[in-house]
Design a protein around this ligand. Structure first.
Ligand code: SAH
Length: 453
């Protein structure tokens, strides 16, 4: 049975939804006497059967602590357990709940998950909007319309169609690779609504297939989610999907690849780096499937490129992408980047451009210092490898390392190396990865392009 239906289509009166509704109208469920006295006489409860037949309506009210409501009036979509004063009702995980001030004033509507510290994800800030299938559809349509505005609706290319909080769909990421969609679910709220989400995606983009990817790793564990990778709709591609970006083609492995298959967030940064790569000897450390390496070789007319990644699967993809695009001057090596960069420095090798795009070094706030030390170490050696006037392209995808911290790290590298580092561009993720101003936690990618004297 489709997930969405299973979760939302409970039989009238058969579960917590029914109990919660009842409880909300029982005067003895209000924990504070003041509230109980001030309330007008409770209207007769609506028939429980009606409530259960209307998916998207709240089964409980979550009241935030005094003085903790402000971020939610500012549309921040994450309600942590520590912000909650009490819950009126007994919502099941995945149920729609209303968020209210501790006096009971409506703030927003969201979805409950007691298995996560992020207890409620908020989706609507109006009290008359049910979180039902038409609601998800309109959010998804709006996200897809934005990609059309950005000129990213070419069916031979790839784009991020939905970027979680950046598209007001917390916990949901959808990437389009040609005719296929890859979905990443990081919130239980979205896992229970995959059916409605896939219906909306099918109506809007008519994909050949929809695959669920990466859902059981990392963040999803924090949500009590166990969704194995699988094909949800249509068919999986046979072999890699080929996508076009400008004059380049990339083979993307949708079933085994990292992320949902390709680093779409670096699209514009690869082009910006390539603009400065002409006639240079380029080192692309942490190359994955060769995104920067091949763009610099072909679009940027680099003299030669050495691409290094620790994963043999990644370097096989990079080799294939280099060959496929006719980039004969790209050498690909499988090696640990830290050891390889040291060995290059030890033998006095010099490059005209060094690209550093390491994996997330800081997985939590506590790991920031350690991450900054690792960034410092590779950037410090990268600067040594650069000939005078060389270009450093230095990235960080650790969301918990702030842009300021990252720039401070580069400042320390300049100081230690005695080289002038002139920052030409401080870039972020591609525009199909919008960041909500109400949820700056969505900003993670930094890409500094600098000239090192
Ligand atoms: N620049 C790439 C994305 C890089 S993602 C692009 O634009 O597509 C980070 C990569 O670092 C991954 O491919 C991962 O396999 C690699 N990696 C992680 N740890 C590594 C290490 N110690 N040495 C070398 N590569 C490593």
């Amino acid at each position: 049975m489709p997930e969405g239906r299973r979760r939302l289509g409970r039989k009238p009166g058969s579960g917590p939804r029914h109990d919660a509704k009842d409880q909300r109208h029982r005067s003895d469920s209000a924990p504070e006497g003041r509230r109980r006295d001030e309330r007008p006489p409770a209207p007769p409860p609506p028939p429980a059967a009606r409530a259960t037949d209307e998916p998207g309506l709240p089964t409980a009210t979550v009241l935030v602590k005094a003085k903790r409501a402000r971020p939610f009036f500012g549309r921040h979509p994450w309600v942590l357990d520590t912000a909650i004063d009490r819950v009126e009702g007994t919502p099941a995980d995945g149920d729609v709940v209303d968020l209210a001030t501790h006096e009971g004033r409506f703030i927003a509507r969201g979805i409950w998950n007691a298995s996560s510290r992020l207890r409620v994800r908020l989706y609507a800030f109006e009290s008359d909007v049910p979180l039902d299938a038409p609601f998800w559809r309109s959010r998804i349509d709006a996200a897809i319309a934005l990609r059309r505005t950005l000129g990213l609706d070419d069916r031979s290319g790839a784009a991020r169609l939905i970027n979680s909080e950046g598209d007001d769909l917390s916990g949901l990421v959808v990437d389009r690779y040609g005719d296929h969609l890859a979905i990443q679910v990081t919130g239980l709220a979205m896992a229970g609504r995959l059916d409605a989400i896939c219906d909306a995606l099918e109506a809007a983009v008519k994909p050949a297939g929809i695959l669920l990817r990466g859902a059981d790793r990392g963040l999803s564990k924090l949500e009590g989610l166990h969704l194995p990778d699988r094909v949800i709709r249509g068919t999986a591609p046979e072999g890699p999907v080929f996508i076009r970006e400008g004059s380049l083609s990339w083979g993307v492995d949708l079933t085994e690849g990292q992320k949902t298959g390709f680093y779409l967030d670096q699209r514009e940064n690869r082009r910006a780096a390539a603009l400065l790569a002409r006639d240079r000897r380029v080192l692309d450390l942490f190359c994955y499937s060769g995104g920067f390496a091949v763009t610099c070789a072909i679009t940027g007319s680099a003299r030669s490129v050495l691409a290094v990644d620790g994963s043999a699967k990644a370097t096989a993809l990079a080799r294939a992408n280099a060959d496929f695009n006719g980039a004969a001057n790209v050498a690909v090596e499988t090696a640990d980047a830290f050891a390889r960069i040291d060995s290059l420095a030890a033998t006095g090798e010099k490059f005209g451009m060094v690209i550093l795009d390491p994996p997330k070094f800081a997985r939590s706030r506590g790991a920031i210092e350690e991450a900054l030390r690792a960034y410092h170490r590779i950037n410090r050696v990268a600067v040594d490898l650069l000939e005078p006037g060389g270009i450093l392209v230095s990235c960080s995808c650790s969301g918990s390392v702030s842009r300021d911290d990252f720039l401070e790290m580069l400042s320390a590298v300049a100081q230690r190396s005695g080289r002038q580092i002139a920052m030409l561009e401080c870039r972020g993720a591609a525009p199909d990865h919008p960041v909500s101003a109400s949820c700056l936690e969505g900003e993670y990618l930094k890409c500094v392009i600098a000239r090192v004297a």
